[in-house]
Design a protein around this ligand. Structure first.
Ligand SMILES: Nc1ncnc2c1ncn2[C@@H]1O[C@H](COP(=O)(O)OP(=O)(O)OP(=O)(O)O)[C@@H](O)[C@H]1O
Ligand SMILES: [Mg+2]
Length: 372
C-alpha cells in the first residue's frame, strides 16, 4: 500500500562535532509528515537546521537518531541515487562549460539512459520551465531567473516523486523572486509532485506553501497552514518571527473553552474574549500578542469599549502604509495603517505627542505563554 506521506521524519536528531570541539544538535528531535502532492516549507533563520534536514531526506547525511521515511519505507543508509527525491541546490551548481541541454541531460546520461529517451525527457523538462529554444546557451548567457529554471529542469528531468529545493530563489532580486515564486508554485500544482522547500523568507513561505514548519535552533516551533501560523502562532517566538507582533504583559482572570479574560496593567483594563491557542490557568502570567495591522487608531476622546488612551511617539510614511509608534502607559505599540487615500498635506499625518485612542478588538488578539 502506498503511504499517505511522501516523506516522514520521526524524531530525527543530527549531531555534529564542530571544529571547535563542541557537540551540536543541528537538528534536534524533529518530527514532520509531508503529504503526497503537498508544497511544504521549512522556514527559519540562518543555522536553524533547514539544509541539514533536507540533506538527510536526500541521503547526503544520515540521522544520528531517528529515521527518515520515503513513501513509508525507512531509508536507513540508502544512498541518494536510490531515493526518489531530487535536489535543487541554493547555488544552482550548474556546469558552466556545458550548454543548457547538456546540463539538463547530464543526470540521465550518467544513468545510461538511451539517447532518444534523454532527448524526449530533456525537451519535456525544458518545456515545463519555459526554456524551450535556449538549449544551446551556456549558463553565463542566461539571466539569474533562467539559470534557476535550468536547475529546476535538471531536477525534474529525473521525474522525482519529491523535489527538494534549498533556497532556490535566494540569489534573485525581489521582483524576479516574486515572479518565480508564482511560477514554481504553478509548476508544482500542475505536476502534482511533492515540493519540500527551504527558505528563510517568511513572505515567500506564506505565498507558496500548503504547510510550513517554522524552525529555530534545530527544533520545529510550529507546523501549520500559512493562515494557522499567522493567525494562531503557537508561541511568542512564532508570533515575533512571522510578521510582526506587539506584546503586552497580562494575567489570566478567567478561562472558558477557548477564550480567556486577561487583565493588562498597561491598559489598566481587563480584555475579555481573547482567543488562546493553549491551556491556561487562572492567575497565570501571560503575554497578549496583537498584530500592528489589527490595531485601529481613533479619536482621543472616543468613548467606546476597547478604546485606550495613547500618545504618538512618531510615524513613518512608507508609501503603501504608515507605521505609527504609540506610547500606551509606557508600553510601545506599533500600528500599521494602510494609506488608502492620496494625501499630500503634512498636517493630515500624525504628529509627535498627539493624543489618540487605540481601539483593540479582543478577538484580534491572542494569549500566549509568557516564556518563548
Ligand atoms: N558538517 C558540519 N559540521 C559541523 N557543524 C555543521 C555542519 N553542517 C552544519 N553545521 C551546523 O549545523 C547548524 C545547522 O546548519 P544548516 O546548514 O542546517 O542551517 P540552515 O538552517 O540551512 O541555515 P542557512 O539559512 O544559513 O542556510 C549550523 O549551526 C551549522 O553551523
Ligand atoms: Mg541552508
Amino acid at each position: 500500500m502506498q503511504s499517505e506521506f511522501a516523506v516522514e521524519l520521526r524524531d530525527v536528531v543530527k549531531q555534529f562535532v564542530t571544529p571547535e570541539g563542541n557537540l551540536l544538535n543541528a537538528v534536534d528531535h524533529v518530527t514532520m509528515q509531508i503529504k503526497n502532492g503537498e508544497f511544504f516549507s521549512m522556514l527559519g533563520s540562518s543555522g536553524c537546521g533547514k539544509t541539514t534536514s533536507l540533506r538527510m531526506i536526500a541521503g547526503f547525511e544520515w540521522p544520528t537518531e531517528g529515521e527518515v521515511y520515503i513513501e513509508g519505507k525507512p531509508m536507513g543508509h540508502t544512498p541518494p541515487f536510490q531515493r526518489k527525491v531530487n535536489t535543487v541546490f541554493q547555488n544552482y551548481a550548474l556546469f558552466q562549460h556545458m550548454t543548457v541541454y547538456q546540463n539538463v541531460a547530464f543526470g540521465l546520461e550518467m544513468e545510461g539512459a538511451d539517447k532518444n529517451e534523454i532527448e524526449k525527457r530533456v525537451k519535456r523538462a525544458l518545456e515545463m520551465v519555459q526554456l524551450t529554444g535556449m538549449e544551446r546557451r551556456k549558463p553565463r548567457q542566461l539571466s539569474g531567473g533562467q539559470q534557476q529554471r535550468v536547475a529546476v529542469a535538471r531536477a525534474l528531468v529525473k521525474l522525482p516523486d519529491v523535489l527538494l529545493l534549498d533556497e532556490p530563489l535566494g540569489a534573485l532580486d525581489l521582483k524576479l523572486r516574486k515572479e518565480m515564486q508564482l511560477e514554481l508554485k504553478a509548476l508544482q500544482q500542475e505536476l502534482g509532485i511533492t515540493f519540500i522547500y527551504v527558505t528563510h523568507d517568511q513572505e515567500e513561505a506564506l505565498t507558496m506553501s500548503d504547510r510550513i514548519a517554522v524552525m529555530s535552533k534545530g527544533k520545529v516551533m510550529q507546523m501549520g497552514t500559512p493562515v494557522e501560523i499567522y493567525e494562531r502562532p503557537a508561541n511568542r517566538f512564532v508570533a515575533d518571527f512571522i510578521g510582526e507582533s506587539n506584546f503586552l504583559e497580562g494575567k489570566i482572570k478567567s478561562v472558558s473553552a477557548d477564550e480567556a479574560s486577561v487583565f493588562v496593567p498597561a491598559l489598566n483594563a481587563e480584555l475579555s474574549g481573547v482567543p488562546m491557542s493553549k491551556d491556561f490557568v487562572n492567575g497565570e502570567e501571560v503575554v497578549i500578542s496583537i498584530r500592528p495591522e489589527k490595531i485601529r487608531i481613533v479619536d482621543a476622546d472616543a468613548e467606546k469599549d476597547g478604546v485606550f488612551r495613547a500618545k504618538v511617539i512618531n510615524s513613518i510614511y512608507i508609501g503603501s502604509d504608515t507605521h505609527v509608534f504609540l506610547d500606551c502607559n509606557g508600553v510601545r505599540l506599533k500600528v500599521m495603517e494602510q494609506n488608502h487615500i492620496s494625501r499630500l498635506d503634512p498636517h493630515s499625518f500624525y504628529h509627535k505627542d498627539q493624543a489618540v485612542g487605540v481601539y483593540l478588538i479582543p478577538e484580534n488578539t491572542l494569549v500566549l505563554k509568557k516564556e518563548a
